[in-house]
Design a binder for this molecule. Structure first.
Ligand SMILES: [Zn+2]
Length: 91
């Protein structure tokens, strides 16, 4: 099986009225998404990459199932944002 490295980019997608999309192993996720919804969209877009012929209905159903499974077992995203400088000028 060919290995697939999926790259995730966070960007504002509001104008396109979508939370995420996937193309050529790159997932774009709206940068304002947090928590459980972020997890759902990441799984949803990954399923599109891994199963390109899967129907949208099935992608939605499976992403919600996987999202609920991981969330109920306490998988959470660590917030690692450190783009604002500390008082000594360092990051
Ligand atoms: Zn979709």
């Amino acid at each position: 099986m060919k290995s697939t490295k999926i790259i995730v980019e966070h960007t504002k997608l509001g104008k396109q009225r979508i939370w995420g999309d996937a193309d050529n192993n790159i997932i774009r996720i709206d940068s304002r998404l947090k928590g459980k919804k972020h997890l759902e969209i990441m799984i949803h877009e990954a399923l599109h990459i891994l199963h390109p012929r899967m129907s949208e209905e099935k992608v939605v159903k499976n992403s919600v199932i996987l999202c609920n499974l991981l969330w109920e077992h306490d998988y959470r995203r660590v917030e690692n944002t450190n783009t604002i400088h500390l008082q000594d000028g360092t990051i």
